[in-house]
Design a binder for this molecule. Structure first.
Ligand SMILES: Nc1ncnc2c1ncn2[C@@H]1O[C@H](COP(=O)(O)OP(=O)(O)OP(=O)(O)O)[C@@H](O)[C@H]1O
Ligand SMILES: [Mg+2]
Length: 491
């Protein structure tokens, strides 16, 4: 085990890390920080939730010259939420050194961003589309950027950001360091790496499986129409601290969130059609545990680090194995355990097999939980609540009342009634969701994955497959505008 002291970091940075509770480096941090500190290019791959942010964040902050107010570091990330989260982590690492990281993303008032940029952050964390906007407007200065990080590079390619990324990298001085991080690294990343990186070293922390071991994985074969009731039962049985439910489309997410609320759960949905303010508010409520269930499209699959997420439900099976890995990776982070349950309709079983093959993991099948299991789950919670009060809370002022009640009613009847009133019995309010067509495995998908080549999922011009209509390309669509940058970085 390596402690952060062994990297020879400045006192300000080690102090910040220790304030954050980081004492020992995680394996990806241990192996990449040294290389990055020597200003070498690298590709870093490690499972979800294993500390890739600090793996690039520490050298990024360490390299900043605080005497200068120029932008020296750029992180590109696929979603706005992720840009905000990464900037927050960089600000924590840079707290004592006085390093400022600014998130810059679409959906936020650009004038505000221009003002914030004038306050001279040394690091900018941006989504590619908005960064391009600032480049076009010349409101961001690129000449002194000497370190670029692509977080979740493969997802940015999936979203069709490849041209933007190429244009951005083409505009940033060649004498820079370029780092690329993700839990999944399909082959097509190689093209980007070859073109824009300088002899990068690949550091992959590769356990046997792609997905993390501390996530218990299961699937349930269930018909489309029954999924919602089954989800309710599972929530009742497992009573997650926080749960994320992934749906395939925006409509699905809206309907699921509404349905869950009608059944008495505290849930809200997030997807790319909501305003940024709404998306931020929903995420904040989830982080504060004001709501227990976040319903989301794949917009929340990548990188989000929310403590307390004990369960991930794939209400709709994800389109591709990488998405599966990232979705379930929202739980079981930083050494904690978690559970991921995937719904598979009978026609989607082949698709599940592909996921199992790529993730090199057998996902066991679980039977559909019964109505009575759901009630038992809730009863167990009621008992726990009651016992917690018995042991840990003051109930002195209820004693007289209890004794009076016991004069007329026997104790078993009374405790049973108390338990009933504490139990959330399954709600059968009718909820009808619009049916979703099953995910179709395209003919070549299985073989493509066998070859470990993911060309079929490429960005522009590549095979598009079923992804065309999903969330990610819409995000991209919104942020595009005319492009007039010609200069390309030469090797
Ligand atoms: N050295 C460390 N010691 C303790 N906790 C750490 C350390 N490094 C990171 N963490 C914590 O681990 C959690 C996961 O880190 P992070 O979000 O960087 O993971 P990731 O590898 O980027 O995952 P993903 O692939 O999902 O993006 C965070 O809560 C972070 O604060
Ligand atoms: Mg990450």
């Amino acid at each position: 085990m390596t402690t952060f002291f062994e990297f020879g970091l400045t006192h300000d940075v080690t102090k910040a890390l220790s304030n954050m509770g980081f004492e020992e480096a995680t394996p990806i941090q241990e192996q990449t920080i040294k290389v990055s500190l020597e200003r070498k290019d690298l590709i870093g791959q490690a499972q979800t939730g294993t500390g890739k942010t600090a793996a690039f964040g520490v050298p990024l902050v360490e390299h900043v010259d605080t005497e200068s107010g120029d932008i020296q570091g750029l992180v590109l990330a696929p979603t706005r939420e992720l840009a905000v989260q990464v900037a927050e982590e960089l600000n924590r690492i840079g707290e004592f050194k006085g390093v400022q990281a600014l998130p810059v993303y679409g959906g936020q008032d650009i004038q505000q961003q221009i003002k914030a940029l004038k306050r001279k952050p040394q690091i900018v964390v941006a989504t590619p589309g908005r960064f391009m906007d600032h480049m076009r407007r010349k409101t961001i200065r690129l000449h002194s950027i000497n370190m670029v990080v692509l977080d979740e590079a493969d997802e940015m390619l999936n979203m069709g950001f490849v041209e933007d990324i190429e244009l951005i990298l083409g505009e940033i001085p060649d004498q820079r360091q370029t780092l690329l991080f993700s839990a999944t690294m399909p082959k097509k990343i190689q093209h980007l790496a070859q073109k824009f990186m300088n002899d990068p070293q690949t550091i992959a922390i590769k356990p046997k499986e792609l997905a993390i071991n501390n996530i218990e994985q299961e699937y349930i074969e269930v018909q489309e129409k029954k999924k919602f009731d089954v989800l309710n039962r599972l929530i009742d049985i497992h009573s997650p601290e926080l749960a994320i439910v992934f749906g395939r489309t925006k409509r699905r997410v809206d309907e699921l969130a509404e349905g869950l609320n009608r059944r008495g759960y505290s849930a809200e949905g997030t997807h790319g059609d909501l305003t940024q303010a709404k998306r931020d508010a929903v995420l904040r409520k989830f982080k504060n545990k004001t709501i227990d269930v976040l319903v989301a499209t794949d917009v929340a699959a990548r990188g989000l680090d929310i403590s307390g997420v004990t369960h991930v439900f794939n209400f709709d099976i994800p389109q591709d194995p990488e998405s599966y890995v990232h979705r379930i990776g929202r739980t079981g982070r930083a050494g904690k355990t978690g559970m991921a349950i995937t719904f598979v309709t009978p026609r989607e079983i082949t698709h599940l097999k592909t996921i199992e093959e790529v993730t090199k993991r057998n996902i066991p099948r679980r039977a559909i939980p019964t109505f009575s299991e759901a009630i038992e789950g809730q009863q167990r919670i009621a008992v726990e609540k009651l016992l917690h009060i018995v042991e840990h809370e003051n109930h002195q002022e209820y004693r007289v009342m209890a004794e009076q009640l016991l004069d007329d009613t026997d104790s078993v009847t009374l405790v049973s009634a108390a338990l009933k009133s504490l139990t959330k019995e399954p709600d059968t309010t009718p909820v009808n969701l619009t049916g979703e067509a099953p995910v179709r495995v395209r003919k070549n998908q299985k073989n493509d994955h066998k070859k470990k080549d993911h060309k079929h999922r490429g960005g522009k011009g590549g095979g598009r497959g079923p992804r065309r209509n999903n969330e990610r390309n819409n995000e991209r669509g919104k942020q595009r505008g005319p492009v007039d940058f010609k200069k390309k970085r030469k090797n």
